[in-house]
Design a protein around this ligand. Sequence first.
Ligand SMILES: *[C@@H]1O[C@H](CO)[C@@H](O)[C@H](O)[C@H]1NC(C)=O
Ligand SMILES: *[C@@H]1O[C@H](CO)[C@@H](O)[C@H](O)[C@H]1NC(C)=O
Ligand SMILES: *[C@@H]1O[C@H](CO)[C@@H](O)[C@H](O)[C@H]1NC(C)=O
Length: 451
Amino acid sequence: MHAHFFIFIVALTSLASALTVDRRGAPKSYAALGDSYSAGIGAGNFTRGSADGRDNPCARTNGAYPFVLAKSLGLLSNGSAGNLKGEWEDFYSCAGDRLHQLDAQVKDLKSKKVDLITLSISGNDFLFGDVISACVFPYGLNDPEYYEQVCNQKLADSTNAIQNTTFWNSFLTKVDLLATNHLTKGGKLIITGYPRFFAPDAVEGDACDETYFLDNAFGRKLKMTLETRREMNKGVEEVNRRIESDIVARLMVKGVSFIDVDALYQGHRFCEPEKSANPKGSDPQDDTIWFNDINTELEEKAHWFMPPDFKEEDEGTPQDKIVQEADCGDMIAQVDDVVGDEKPEVESNEPGELISSLLGKFLPSDWEKYSVFHPKKAANFAVAEAIQAAIIQAQIDRQALLRSRISLWIFEQSWHRLTQLQQSISFVCDLYSSQMGKIYDMITSNHLQLF
Ligand SMILES: *[C@@H]1O[C@H](CO)[C@@H](O)[C@H](O)[C@H]1NC(C)=O
Ligand SMILES: *[C@@H]1O[C@H](CO)[C@@H](O)[C@H](O)[C@H]1NC(C)=O
Ligand SMILES: *[C@@H]1O[C@H](CO)[C@@H](O)[C@H](O)[C@H]1NC(C)=O
């Protein structure tokens, strides 16, 4: 009887502690690493509380999905008065960072282990920014065919970079080390992929086919043709596919998983067929298109201090080169043609000054330029929600696993005890019957003796 009671108590205690673990399963510590897609460039105001003090140079904003998620998980710090200070120190993502620069972010983590890490990286290695500059926002003055060549060359360079096996091996090693050294037991590392920029179901001859994304006269060089859009989407698709197959699938046992952000963007990309009246969705209030355009009015007005190491390996964007290479005399003549009535008042006749004054007039600030083709606040919100849903699902799975383990344990224990009990009963029975036999024998022998 005692044995049964003991099993019952043990079972109840285990079940209770399992349920407690579940309720406490939400991540209590979280670090965000990666590039501009997780720094949240152009998605809100600059954050202030990151441990490395590089919020502005890294273009981290409070609309970035990691920040939104940290807030939702209750990880933002409280001020000394106990009121929400709204800062979070484990934000390491940095606009412009490439894979090798992830090492510096990891170093800033020091010996910290956290329950959750999110990571977005490799877009800069695959030259996404250069492709966007060359194919979507070409400016300066020259032969459109030359721009097309530059765009095609950048697309080819990007495709080649995506095929680089050495790169993928290095990516794998870095994520493996990050998960091994910086996750707590049972912790999760979630890699967020990249969204395709353009509606995949668009058709030839749609509104975008005849549209320039840089829409002042000075910049109208390349139309946003379906072919270019398809090529750009293909690059993103291939990167997501390889992150899943070459990185995540191999590191699942270490708690690494993938969130397909692209799937969330359904109906929210540039050039959606049903948005033909405004395929660029420049209006920041227009949450139906989730990317910033060059005319999107950004929330943050402060100056962005580009980090000194920003794009350190580049010898300039294609535009810089084109502008440098262009013949200035020819340029001024063309500006006269193109600008027409919009011709700005230029005091000096110095070609250099004319060009920079024109660039100043027609091109937005660096902050705006580098925010193009980056997710708006609404998109970051959706990504944060998807990650939280994945965490909750993982908790539910864990709970189910624990429950089934506990039931199995109870079953095994009961079975074991039952078997023992059976054995004891049969032992007592055997003993009893053998003793009874002896007593009977005794009685009968005595009886025989007596009677
Ligand atoms: C960003 O800063 C501006 C100006 O200070 C403010 O009006 C706005 O509410 C801020 N937005 C967020 C999301 O913090
Ligand atoms: C901040 O204060 C709130 C309310 O007292 C509390 O629930 C929360 O856990 C605190 N957050 C941190 C990070 O200390
Ligand atoms: C491939 O990637 C490796 C590691 O990132 C790099 O060192 C190498 O230069 C790349 N090779 C090519 C051909 O781009």
